[in-house]
Ligand binder design. Structure first.
Ligand code: RP5
Length: 165
């Protein structure tokens, strides 16, 4: 199976990325993580992206806060799909990172998830790998069914609670 890379701009992003690590682990997807910054280690970030396909990665998740150029900088150096996670950091609560990550120029796409949307970034990475992996696709179907059952159970509980109200 192709690996997923999780690249973060700082180790201060790590706690917010726990849902991505947990989700990928739940689906048995191999992960390699690095701290590389678009601004503070531009050469290392570029070198990683340039060699990522050959190194066996299928998707790159790139998480950064503030003036978050990491996802775009990696996407500029690879044709692997890059998923950007704008992290809530600093005075603007992630809005700066959201705009910096999502507003890419034509030609270099970054699939941007919500601010601190680490879980969805992982799920999207899994969905990309599942295009060519039937086992992963089946696991995704099962996860959706579990989520559906959980919401319907909450609906039943609510209706029961409000009986006669
Ligand atoms: C970004 O600046 C990082 O991705 C992080 O979200 C934010 C703060 O970094 P540190 O100052 O904590 O290293 O580049």
């Amino acid at each position: 199976m192709d690996k997923v890379a999780i690249i973060m701009g700082s180790d201060s992003d790590l706690p917010g990325l726990k849902p991505a690590f947990d989700t990928l682990a739940r689906f048995g997807v191999p992960v390699e993580a690095h701290v590389y910054s678009a601004h503070r280690t531009p050469d290392e970030a570029a070198a990683f992206a340039q060699s990522a396909r050959e190194a066996g990665f299928g998707v790159i998740i790139a998480a950064a806060g503030k003036a978050a150029h990491l996802a775009g900088a990696l996407a500029a150096r690879t044709t692997l799909p890059v998923i950007g996670v704008p992290m809530k950091a600093g005075e603007l609560d992630g809005l700066d990172a959201l705009l910096s990550t999502v507003q890419m120029p034509s030609g270099i796409p970054v699939a941007t998830v919500a601010i601190n949307g680490a879980a969805n970034a992982a799920l999207l990475a899994i969905q990309i790998l599942a295009v060519r992996d039937a086992d992963l696709a089946a696991q995704l179907d099962e996860a959706r069914m579990t989520a559906r059952a959980s919401v319907l159970a909450k609906n039943d509980a609510l209706r029961e609670q409000r009986k006669g109200a």
